[in-house]
Design a protein around this ligand. Structure first.
Ligand SMILES: *[C@@H]1O[C@H](CO)[C@@H](O)[C@H](O)[C@H]1NC(C)=O
Ligand SMILES: *[C@@H]1O[C@H](CO)[C@@H](O)[C@H](O)[C@H]1NC(C)=O
Ligand SMILES: *[C@@H]1O[C@H](CO)[C@@H](O)[C@H](O)[C@H]1NC(C)=O
Ligand SMILES: *[C@@H]1O[C@H](CO)[C@@H](O)[C@H](O)[C@H]1NC(C)=O
Ligand SMILES: *[C@@H]1O[C@H](CO)[C@@H](O)[C@H](O)[C@H]1NC(C)=O
Ligand SMILES: *[C@@H]1O[C@H](CO)[C@@H](O)[C@H](O)[C@H]1NC(C)=O
Ligand SMILES: *[C@@H]1O[C@H](CO)[C@@H](O)[C@H](O)[C@H]1NC(C)=O
Ligand SMILES: *[C@@H]1O[C@H](CO)[C@@H](O)[C@H](O)[C@H]1NC(C)=O
Ligand SMILES: *[C@@H]1O[C@H](CO)[C@@H](O)[C@H](O)[C@H]1NC(C)=O
Ligand SMILES: *[C@@H]1O[C@H](CO)[C@@H](O)[C@H](O)[C@H]1NC(C)=O
Ligand SMILES: *[C@@H]1O[C@H](CO)[C@@H](O)[C@H](O)[C@H]1NC(C)=O
Length: 271
């Protein structure tokens, strides 16, 4: 085989390929393999894009979806607040989470409201707001009277204080706090409405409501990833172009799906 039998462009392609392909091929393979590993932590198994962390390199996920494995469950950080992940479903792009500080605990040491990163997350339907008021005291006229929604919470060890939960979807100004009761601070949290509405029936166990979690929907180039996975690829983020989607395939990286690159070859090159 002599070069003169092939178009001059083929020689250029051969040279370019010789110098560049081994590099991009190695990178593509490496991330394809790395991103083929799924995240596992406790009962949560088989988690892929947009999540990354542990054995999954950052390039295998979307920056807003870092998971760490603390103890027996994955923890996702949204807008600086940690959330314990109870379930992940990548067919519906939904998560079930509980704010880590409130996991099995209606009385955490530090009280913070959380805000959602609305670019990438939204609450599932059927959720309502629960108002938790803390550092509450009663006037002497209420001594011995059971206050609706009261739960034990000795804020930072201060004796004589307690917490009160309000009905779902109430705002701080509409808090159901009875006259004669004053509370120091409050937190508003989205919870499952059905669980919250059952509070008075279930004996007012607010911890049980918190443990049931809240549903979130995620948005992280969902349809791009579906396309990539269907073509046999692994989804990720192009590390040389932060925020942009990439599809790692066994041969190399593509913008959207394996084999979909608009090749410049006219079919005349013998390789
Ligand atoms: C992560 O990789 C280590 C070694 O590379 C391996 O022992 C471990 O089982 C892997 N974990 C998961 C969750 O794949
Ligand atoms: C969903 O997760 C499974 C592994 O549990 C994976 O095989 C599949 O490719 C994922 N689908 C998408 C669209 O990410
Ligand atoms: C994948 O990447 C992560 C993070 O860079 C690394 O810890 C892990 O060992 C890699 N796994 C493989 C199999 O290369
Ligand atoms: C919640 O905490 C109680 C003790 O306060 C413990 O007995 C129970 O096992 C915990 N539940 C979970 C699901 O961690
Ligand atoms: C609270 O509002 C949300 C939407 O904002 C709604 O889905 C939910 O049903 C409401 N819950 C109650 C108890 O009204
Ligand atoms: C309310 O907060 C103030 C100052 O932050 C504190 O001195 C007081 O003890 C608190 N009251 C209760 C009932 O916790
Ligand atoms: C405990 O004290 C810290 C400040 O030291 C305060 O930020 C936090 O809200 C307090 N916790 C409760 C439950 O009041
Ligand atoms: C949480 O938000 C409510 C309503 O905006 C506010 O009244 C309350 O003070 C906030 N709590 C904390 C701990 O910042
Ligand atoms: C409330 O529910 C939690 C979680 O299910 C449980 O650990 C706790 O014992 C319950 N508390 C009461 C007073 O029933
Ligand atoms: C992927 O999502 C990001 C936002 O997270 C957006 O800026 C970007 O345009 C999306 N890329 C594609 C190819 O849809
Ligand atoms: C990744 O981003 C770089 C820089 O924008 C771009 O040149 C390259 O084509 C992208 N990779 C893929 C496979 O789209």
């Amino acid at each position: 085989m002599h070069p003169k039998f092939f178009p001059i462009s083929c020689i250029f392609i051969a040279i370019v390929t010789l110098f560049h392909l081994p590099v991009s091929l190695a990178q593509g393979n490496e991330l394809y393999q790395n991103c083929s590993q799924l995240f596992e932590c406790g009962n949560i198994q088989g988690i892929g894009y947009p999540f990354w962390g542990a054995n999954r390199s950052q390039a295998c996920g979307h920056p807003s979806f870092f998971l760490s494995c603390t103890g027996d469950a994955p923890v996702l950080t949204i807008e600086t607040r940690p959330y314990r992940v109870l379930a992940i479903d990548n067919t519906t792009y939904t998560l079930k989470v509980v704010r880590e500080e409130f996991w099995n605990n209606s009385c955490p040491q530090y009280l913070n409201n959380a805000t959602l990163d609305e670019t990438h997350f939204s609450y599932a339907s059927g959720m309502g707001d629960l108002l938790l008021s803390y550092g509450c005291t009663t006037s002497t006229s209420l001594t011995g009277i059971t206050i609706p929604g009261e739960f034990t919470c000795l804020a930072n060890g201060t004796s004589g204080t307690f917490g009160i939960y309000g009905s779902p979807n109430v705002t701080a100004s509409m808090a159901n706090i009875p006259t004669g009761v004053t509370c120091n601070t409050s937190v508003i949290m989205r919870v499952d409405s059905t669980e919250a509405q059952a509070l008075p029936i279930s004996g007012g166990n607010v911890t049980q409501v918190l443990n049931s979690g809240v549903g979130l929907l995620w948005q992280a180039n969902n349809s791009n990833c579906e396309q990539c996975v269907t073509s046999g690829g692994r989804c990720g983020t192009n590390s040389s172009n932060p925020g942009s989607f990439i599809c790692y395939c066994s041969d190399r990286d593509y913008a959207f799906a394996c084999g979909s690159s608009s090749g410049s070859g006219s079919g005349t090159c013998p390789f």
